[in-house]
Design a protein around this ligand. Structure first.
Ligand SMILES: C[S@@+](CC[C@H](N)C(=O)[O-])C[C@H]1O[C@@H](n2cnc3c(N)ncnc32)[C@H](O)[C@@H]1O
Length: 204
């Protein structure tokens, strides 16, 4: 649930983000967090689900993690977040603890390409918010961690249409998915897994 502790950390992170943008802090040093309304949207997707297991690829300082973790706290579940930048990881841990969400969100510190194959869990929602060139291979890696009914949410598909247009087109052309671009903020590709990948047909 969104209590005063969560709201206070969200508000501080929004103020810090605005300040860093105003001071033109280099992109790689900034949080690059989702827009507040995207956070509210993520919250709305997970809050009604029972025992909702969330995988977040690109945790940064924890802004989107807080929205997701506050949502899953209603009906149970947890958020597993992947982040490889040590200073972002340190901030993530501080922010999640300050919001009182350390029992609901967990961080794996390291490269998602290495971390993902070692994860055995099955997820109900995957939030993809890492480097834009990596969306497709990271989607493929995370694809084996979900079952039919799971939802992939990928941010920035309209703000980075030149890089991520192919990602959206590939998801929308995949008969194993139902995928739609939601024109909220920077653009979100929502892809529901309809059925398992078919096994290869036997030779002959
Ligand atoms: C756009 S930011 C994520 C913002 C975050 N979702 C939020 O809204 O607060 C992208 C993050 O992904 C991380 N990242 C990029 N590639 C990664 C990888 N291969 N493994 C783990 N983290 C990665 C970056 O360090 C950066 O913090």
């Amino acid at each position: 649930m969104i209590d005063d502790r969560v709201r206070a950390v969200l508000a501080r992170l929004e103020a810090e983000d605005a300040d860093e943008r105003a001071r033109e802090v280099p992109r790689e040093q900034r949080a690059r967090q989702v827009v507040r309304t995207t956070g509210q949207f993520l919250f709305s997707l997970v809050a009604p689900q029972t025992d909702c297991e969330v995988l977040e690829i690109g945790g940064s300082r924890g802004y989107s993690t807080l929205w997701l973790a506050a949502g899953v706290r209603y009906l149970g579940g947890r958020v597993l977040s992947l982040e490889h930048d040590p200073s972002k990881c340190e901030a993530w841990r501080r922010n999640v603890a300050e919001a009182g969400l350390e029992g609901t969100a967990e961080l794996i510190e390291g490269d998602a390409y290495e971390a993902l194959p070692a994860i055995d869990d099955v997820f109900d929602l995957v939030f993809l918010d890492a480097e834009k060139d990596d969306y497709d291979p990271l989607f493929q890696l995370a694809r084996s961690k979900v079952e039919p009914g799971a939802l992939f949410v990928a941010d920035n598909v309209l703000s980075h249409e030149e890089t991520l247009g192919d990602y959206s087109r590939a998801r929308q052309a995949d008969p194993l998915l139902e995928s739609v671009t939601v024109p909220l903020d920077r653009g979100l590709e929502l892809s529901v897994v309809l059925r398992e990948d078919l096994p290869p047909s036997p030779p002959g």
